[in-house]
Design a protein around this ligand. Structure first.
Ligand SMILES: NC(=O)OP(=O)(O)O
Length: 312
């Protein structure tokens, strides 16, 4: 007798893997969660989700843990030293074992994207990338959810991003490339730009739907208008800079009050954690145009939408 295993789980490893419709579905569902329109407690009842973080996290780990619990699932947590991966068990054996016990796995493996990719080589257990060194997909999904909730529409929004072309920048570029009529201008320090392969992929995809994605290292190209000024931490979690003088190249990219005053219509966003005096001035992050703590809370609402999409 043959036994058929029902395989219904979907993964979020890279936003490259999601269609525009899927990205928009997750964003819209996240907005419904922010608005309190979705009854909680039963969607993931009976499911068990692993939360595996090898790097520090305040927001992403808490948002997925609380989202899972609020949707009725139970969680099992693993720190960096808990799995036998640490003592040499292979990633594929780990995937084979975990996927027979867990319904989902939210993993931050930071420096090794291949680990998450290997975890997703099955479809019994949903795998969600909670940040690797090359991409932070759930950050971009949450941030677009915040933008949609704040402005009502994503179409027409113009974003200025200042700071390192890190995993958050890549994820924003990949997500925005699939939404029509948006514009994002990345301003990144010389030698700290976005991975050119990811940037070109996003640029070319965006061009087909009237979405403009550009990167500059010279601030003289700052546009005259923006709806959102976005920045990010200078020390990206899980990465190290080789040049001991890196701060010199980053300093001109601080979001100052003077810069925010130039964009009188713009709100301020930051993926956090913030380092006041580095990437942002105190009066900006604590000012009336800053929505950074709503943005952080919305990671939990977006995580609910992500878990539902992957596991229901
Ligand atoms: N923005 C972000 O990923 O925050 P954490 O590192 O605290 O999860």
């Amino acid at each position: 007798m043959s036994i058929t295993i029902k395989k219904t789980k979907k993964h979020i490893v890279s936003l490259k893997d999601l269609s525009p419709e899927e990205i928009i579905e997750i964003i819209n569902r996240g907005v419904s969660h922010i608005n309190g329109e979705v009854p909680l407690g039963s969607q993931l009842k009976g499911k068990v989700i692993g939360i595996y973080f090898t790097k520090t996290s305040t927001r992403t780990r808490t948002s997925f843990s609380t989202a899972a619990l609020r949707l009725g699932a139970q969680i099992v947590t693993y720190g960096p030293n808990d799995l036998q991966l640490n003592t040499g068990e292979s990633v594929s054996d780990t995937m084979n074992v975990l996927s027979r016990m867990l319904d989902g796995l939210v993993a931050r493996t930071a420096s090794n994207p291949e680990v998450i990719r290997t975890f997703s080589n099955q479809d019994r257990m949903a795998v969600i990338n909670a940040m690797t060194s090359d991409e932070h997909p759930t950050q971009a999904l949450a941030d677009l959810t915040t933008m949609k909730h704040y402005f009502g529409e994503l179409s027409g929004l113009e974003i200025i991003y200042l700071g390192e072309g890190n995993n958050t920048a890549v994820a924003l570029a990949l997500a925005i490339a699939k939404i029509p009529n948006m514009k994002i201008s990345f301003f990144t320090p010389p030698n700290y730009g976005i991975d050119p392969l990811a940037l070109n992929y996003a640029k070319e995809l965006g061009e087909k739907i009237n979405t403009v994605i550009n990167e500059y290292s010279d601030l003289k190209y700052l546009p005259n208008h923006a709806n959102i000024v976005y920045t990010t931490r200078w020390q990206t979690t899980g990465t190290q800079k080789l040049d001991s003088n890196w701060r010199k190249s980053f300093e001109p990219f601080t979001v100052s009050q003077e810069l925010m005053d130039k964009y009188s219509e713009a709100i301020f966003m930051h993926d956090l954690p913030a380092h006041i005096g580095d990437e942002v001035e105190e009066s900006v992050i604590n000012g009336t145009k800053s929505i950074v703590f709503n943005q952080a809370e919305n990671k939990m609402h977006s995580a609910k939408a992500v878990l539902e999409w992957c596991m229901q």
